[in-house]
Structures are given as C-alpha cells and as structure tokens.
Design a protein around this ligand. Structure first.
Ligand SMILES: [Zn+2]
Length: 120
C-alpha cells in the first residue's frame, strides 16, 4: 500500500534519527513513549517499535495464509521524535563529534553522552 502522507517534494529524507536508534515521542497521542526506530518512511515520517500501533485488516498471503487483523506500527512525523539520552533521561538533540582518527560519533547536546550507533 503506497499512501502519500505529506510527501516531501523530492530527494531522500534528511532525518535526525537512524534505523535502530532509541527515540522518544515528544508530541501527539503517543507522547512520552520510547522505542527503536523501525523504519524511516518517505515524506518525513518514521515507524517506531510499539508506538502508534494500528490494526491492519490483511488479505491472506503466502506468509500469512489466514490473513486477518494484524497489529502493526503506524508512522508518526519525524518532527515528533527525539533521540533518547540515557544520562539526561530525556529526549535530546544530537551533535556530531569528530575524533582524532576522523570517525564521527553522535553525542547528546546537553551532556555529551554518546548515542550508541545502531549495528555496531
Ligand atoms: Zn544527555
């Protein structure tokens, strides 16, 4: 199902979070919930684990031969999520820090606690 919700004009979404990042929802119905970024959706939206759960009425497929009602994450706007900082216990923006060897790490703007890089 391809639904265009406020789709950006063109080009890739410049997101402040990555897949696998732990984020907190800062606005809307699911405010305060935390979860991992499951997928970046086009149009500046994001799916977060266990946030904005929706029920999809699916037709039987080979993978799911019975079909039926499936719980699934719905997307929320990227602007409504922030990186979760363990040390601050709050949603924070990230800043990039380049070390001597030239590799970049993302740190919390408030406390300089590094955010874990997913998949490493
Ligand atoms: Zn922090």
């Amino acid at each position: 199902m391809a639904r265009a919700i406020g789709r950006a004009k063109s080009g890739p979404t410049r997101a402040h979070v990555r897949r696998g990042d732990v984020v907190v929802v800062t606005k809307g119905r699911e405010k305060g919930k935390r979860g991992k970024v499951k997928r970046l959706v086009g149009g500046g939206r994001v799916e977060v684990e266990k946030v904005m759960m929706i029920k999809r009425h699916t037709k039987p497929t080979q993978k799911n031969p019975r079909g039926g009602i499936v719980d699934q994450e719905g997307s929320i706007p990227l602007a409504n999520v922030a990186m979760w900082c363990e040390k601050c216990a709050a949603g924070r923006r990230s800043r990039k820090v380049v070390d001597d060897s030239g590799s970049k790490t993302r740190v919390c703007v408030k406390c300089d606690n590094p955010f874990p890089t997913p998949g490493s």
